[in-house]
Design a protein. Structure first.
Length: 208
């Protein structure tokens, strides 16, 4: 029997061998084939001794637009990112993918999970951009399941009767600064808090 099957931790058992990782990606448009990724953040989750889920690691990269990438003016005005601002200290897509994916592989090995599952707020957007970058760079170290995702917009609709991140987070009793929104790091952090709050509350209800 393989090591990954014998040394599974609670997080692997809780999510059927998947490691939940909250991902948020800021882009220069809506088309994953043509529009640049500008920021990517990932929050790795785990269970504590009381089997409550919580963030354990956060990784983030500013990303250099790939050669020939489209930069939609409206998208840049919306997220407030200047792709060529030198103090961003942005990295090329392959390095950005390494920054995100290598720690996920390490966490998977530690926990006995065989795949990461992308957790996001409307995660179809994030996973399609992520997959486009992986294909564009021929990246060989993708830890994520090809199509399975966990959607906090859906969970928030169930738990708090709202699907907008800023509103759902506030309904959950979590602080949210609107002026910091549309940063991949900030949105991933708040999405992770929201996901953990809903999952932990469900666990409490299930025990009653």
């Amino acid at each position: 029997m393989s090591k990954s099957k014998t040394n599974k931790t609670s997080i692997a058992k809780r999510f059927r061998g998947f490691l939940p990782v909250v991902v948020d990606i800021e882009t220069a448009g809506l088309n994953p084939a043509t529009d640049a990724i500008l920021e990517i953040a990932a929050v790795i989750l785990d269970l504590d001794e009381n089997k409550k889920i919580h963030p354990v690691e956060t990784h983030f990269a500013h990303v250099v637009p790939f050669e020939g990438a489209n930069l939609d003016k409206e998208a840049l005005e919306f997220n407030g990112i200047d792709p060529y601002q030198p103090l961003r200290f942005a990295v090329e897509e392959p390095q950005a993918l390494d920054i995100i994916c290598k720690p996920i592989h390490q966490a998977m090995q530690k926990t006995g999970c065989y795949k990461a599952v992308l957790v996001g707020h409307n995660p179809t957007f994030d996973i399609t951009f992520l997959q486009a970058a992986i294909k564009r760079t021929n990246y060989q170290n993708n830890p994520f399941h090809a199509f399975t995702t966990l959607d906090t917009a859906t969970l928030a609709a169930l738990a708090y009767e709202h699907t907008v991140l800023a509103v759902a987070v506030k309904k959950a009793g979590i602080e949210f600064e609107v002026q910091q929104a549309h940063s991949a790091l900030y949105d991933a952090t708040k999405t992770a808090e929201l996901f953990c709050k809903i999952i932990n509350r469900w666990q409490e209800l299930a025990r009653q």
